[in-house]
Design a protein around this ligand. Structure first.
Ligand code: R5P
Length: 292
């Protein structure tokens, strides 16, 4: 593996503990203004320093992410369908490699829709993207899409993840499921778990814990962070599991403690200044809650 590819991968999966905490904010590429992500700039600002990388589209990166950030960008480069269109699986690569380089992407992300009408197109696109990206030392993260007509069990996800890895994806993002270990064992590249629909905070922390225990290197979480009433507190709690090996009880206690502390005890109104971490209070629950 070339130096550039290794270096970029190490920006996504931290070599200190081989773990990754990605913040997903790319939902608008087919959902438009998703609930609580209507104003991406305000959502991203207070969270950026707590994630290892940000999963984002080029439009949101350019308009809503400060170019001065040190946080690596995982650039979504696929799209072409919308939630109100005929078929979500009809995606193409929408971003050139040149533009991805201009945006200083640390990795490129695209979806494959195994078992859908357009599976051929999306899988071939993945192979072609890997070939292009490898020329420039840029890793590719393949997202195994799920949908009403697609499965979400270990059998389906193993198939989809393995196909992504066979096409050369360097990281695969998929969903947690029963017998998740099987999915991990049959996929030769690191797996990152998507958060999915908003669930209670403790359940999202459990999902994070189960994913790591099951062999994932981390999570790429979106809605369960920024749709929480307390996004900063939530990402910090998730972080204690991913990078601090907290148990679910420890992480949830930490979340509740942060929420109960001082002026930050306000619901999520996407107001960054209200959610700033309190630098004066020591973390009494877990180490490693700050970004490495
Ligand atoms: C979905 O296709 C998007 O790529 C999201 O990044 C992904 O679903 C993760 O976000 P969430 O945790 O909200 O599911």
């Amino acid at each position: 593996m070339d130096w550039g590819l290794k270096n970029r991968l190490s920006q996504i999966i931290k070599p200190q503990d081989n773990r990754a905490l990605m913040l997903a904010v790319d939902h608008g590429y087919f959902l438009g203004p998703t609930e609580k992500l209507e104003n991406p700039k305000k959502v991203i600002a207070p969270l950026l320093k707590y994630c290892d990388s940000l999963m984002v589209t080029r439009g949101i990166q350019r308009t809503c992410v400060p170019a001065t950030t040190n946080t690596p960008m995982v650039l979504r480069v696929s799209g072409g369908s919308s939630i109100i269109g005929e078929d979500l699986s009809q995606e193409e690569i929408t971003v050139s490699i040149q533009d991805a380089i201009r945006l200083n992407a640390s990795a490129l992300a695209m979806s494959i829709f195994v078992g859908s009408k357009y599976e051929h197109q999306t899988i071939v696109n993945l192979g072609k993207l890997v070939s292009k990206a490898e020329k420039y030392g840029i890793p590719v993260l393949a997202v195994t899409a799920v949908g009403k007509e697609l499965g979400k069990d270990a059998r389906y996800l193993s198939l989809a993840c393995r196909i992504a890895a066979e096409q050369g994806a360097h990281i695969v993002k998929t969903y947690y499921c029963e017998n998740f270990e099987k999915v991990v064992q049959s996929c030769p590249v690191p797996i990152i778990v998507a958060g999915g629909k908003k669930i209670p905070e403790r359940d999202a922390l459990q999902l994070t814990y189960n994913s790591i225990k099951g062999g994932a290197v981390g999570v790429d979480m979106g809605r369960n962070i920024w749709q929480s009433e307390h996004p900063v507190e939530m990402i910090k709690a998730v972080r204690t599991i991913v990078h601090g090996n907290s148990t679910v009880d420890q992480a949830y206690a930490y979340y509740k403690k942060l929420v109960s502390e001082g002026p930050k005890n306000k619901p999520n109104q996407n107001k960054p200044n209200q959610n700033k971490p309190n630098q004066n209070k020591p973390n009494q629950n877990k180490p490693n809650t700050t970004k490495k």
